[in-house]
Design a binder for this molecule. Structure first.
Ligand code: HEC
Length: 169
């Protein structure tokens, strides 16, 4: 009786086994390439990719909390507040630029009394605090720098015209 030859079947089996290994390993290669891409370039499907560059830009230095204030001036005007740098500027800046821009102040013109009325109005209706001794400093500054008659330039300080008064203790 002739011995059956199984070598052909064995070769077939081996070949199909190799094919299966190569087929499966191609998946592994694709997966590995994907992981390398993800690791190097980040998630390609993330929404972040479509945010325009402008939206990602940092706020200007003066807006970042803790950053040094922008103290640049131009033509005697403090750029960040829009207020003129003159005697009393720091007091005005400290008391008058918390709720609105200093530019709102610089746009207005009034006499000392007019300015006082505006301050009273803000104190009555807008929660402006009592200014105490600073009020005279603020009014002097406003009357000198934002008086009604001036057009585009600082009014000269008329020391005779200022109503000086003694501050209460
Ligand atoms: C507690 C908040 C607050 C503070 C502090 C404050 N203001 Fe005002 N001020 C307001 C509000 C609110 C308005 C109305 C803003 C608007 O109409 O958009 C206003 C309006 C003004 C206007 C415009 C008035 C008008 O008729 O249009 C001027 C000028 C002004 N403030 C000056 C000052 C000055 C000077 C100081 C410092 C003494 C000061 N503000 C401090 C709240 C404040």
């Amino acid at each position: 009786m002739e011995k059956p030859d199984y070598s052909q079947d064995y070769d077939k089996l081996l070949r199909s086994l190799y094919r299966a290994i190569i087929f499966l390993s191609s998946f592994a290669v694709v997966l590995a390439l994907g992981l390398v891409y993800y690791g190097l370039l980040g998630n390609p499907f993330a929404a972040e990719q479509s945010i325009p560059v402008a939206a990602k830009q940092e706020a200007p230095a003066a807006r970042r909390p803790g950053a040094a204030a922008d103290e640049r001036t131009e033509g005697g005007v403090h750029l960040a507040t829009g207020l003129r740098v003159a005697e009393g500027f720091e007091v005005v800046r400290a008391n008058c630029t918390g709720c609105h821009s200093g530019k709102l102040i610089a746009q207005n013109r009034a006499t000392r009394d007019g300015w006082q009325e505006m301050i009273r109005w803000m104190q009555r209706t807008q929660g402006l605090w009592e200014l105490g001794g600073n009020e005279a400093v603020i009014l002097n500054y406003l009357a000198a720098n934002y008086a009604p008659e001036e057009i585009g330039r600082r009014a000269s300080l008329d020391l005779e015209a200022i109503e000086w008064y003694i501050l209460e203790e």
